[in-house]
Design a protein around this ligand. Structure first.
Ligand code: FES
Ligand SMILES: [Fe+2]
Length: 346
């Protein structure tokens, strides 16, 4: 069966600090990839497969900017060309490993695994908070054994919070108000909702430093920026001061049809110099992500047991998630159509 993720899309391959002078092996969209930095600092991404006998190049070593296979020692330039075969004088024609376009925009290293010529036509989504000194962030990389769309859906419908994370809900709020308009563009889906004024949940008081009984309005916005990125914005408005904004930015990169790399970043525009706030948010969101992962992995296992695909029953709260699924499906079908209509090569 064809995977349900598009290839012509920028995905997060790694965070900036994960890629260095050690070889990083990572399966992305089902493709084994090896990542490293040249001595100039530029990131190289290559298929993790030697052209000789398919040994993973990530098992080899770097020699300057060149990669040396750990089996028979073929040497590759950062552009993927094999430049040396130790056992003979000549390098066989066509001895070349595929390389992938990358774009580093800290804290993410983006990769293009689709049609090579199409990479330049699109840019990775902008993530301006990360290089704005008004914002401070903390993050981690996780692996979840669930299809990437299950993750998108989970974060596009936060009604699960009442069941899964009740301690995070402000006191007195019993239900999430319906979504305001859901906006759909070619690749994105965005929704927003306003919450009625309520006192602060414990975590909100701890993070903002406001007294617990402060009545605050809140706004919650979720965006499926692309199949690769989800951004949730949570704004606490205490009235007479600038609003407290917190973003949960998540790169979702399919590892395989049933597993996903999650690049989780939490950024905030308040208490930016307070390490204790960063620690508190990091552990709280880590704990939530672990609980989310446990549920999604259970759903994925259950789906895997089913012989025939079955139809889900949707409710109003699924509005954004259903649209996001449709956007992703449209991109996948468009790619499949292009391949199907391509004239046969003779
Ligand atoms: S498998 Fe890489 S050199 Fe033989
Ligand atoms: Fe959750």
């Amino acid at each position: 069966m064809r995977p349900n993720y598009p290839f012509n899309c920028w995905y997060v391959a790694a965070t900036t600090d994960e890629v260095g002078r050690d070889l990083l092996a990572r399966r992305l969209l089902g493709i084994p990839v090896v990542l490293y930095r040249r001595s100039s600092g530029d990131v190289v991404a290559m298929e993790d497969r030697c052209v000789h006998r398919a040994y993973p190049l990530s098992e080899g070593r770097l020699d300057g900017d060149r990669l040396v296979c750990g089996y028979h020692g073929f040497v590759y330039d950062p552009d993927g060309r094999c430049v040396d075969v130790p056992s003979q004088e000549r390098v066989p024609q066509g001895a070349c490993v595929r390389t992938y376009a990358v774009h580093e925009q800290p804290p993410f290293v983006w990769i293009w695994l689709g049609e090579p010529g199409a990479a330049a036509l699109r840019q990775p989504p902008r993530t301006p908070w990360f290089d704005d000194p008004q914002w401070a962030g903390t993050g981690e990389t996780l692996n979840v054994e669930a299809n990437y769309l299950l993750l998108h859906e989970h974060y596009l419908d936060l009604t699960n919070v009442f069941v899964m994370h009740p301690e995070a809900v402000p006191p007195g709020i019993e239900a999430l108000p319906p979504l305001d308009e859901v906006e759909v563009s070619e690749m994105s889906v965005a929704y927003a909702r306003a919450l009625p004024a309520a006192r602060l949940a414990d975590w909100e008081a701890e993070a903002t430093g406001l007294p617990r009984d402060t009545e605050c309005a809140r706004r919650e916005e979720g965006t499926f920026v692309s199949p690769a990125l989800h951004v949730q914005r949570y704004t606490i408005d205490a009235g007479d001061r600038p609003a407290f904004e917190l973003l949960r930015v998540q790169g979702f990169t399919p590892e395989s049809p049933t597993t996903t790399h999650v690049f989780l970043q939490i950024v905030r525009n308040y208490a930016t110099d307070r390490a204790v706030v960063a620690d508190h948010l990091r552990s709280m969101f880590h704990e939530m992500a672990a609980r989310d992962a446990a549920v999604l992995e259970t759903v994925q296992r259950r789906l895997g047991d089913e012989v025939e695909p079955r139809r889900d029953i949707n409710v109003k709260a699924d509005r954004a998630a259903v649209r996001a699924r449709r956007v992703a499906q449209g991109m996948v079908e468009e790619e499949a159509g292009r391949i199907a209509t391509r004239p046969a090569l003779i």
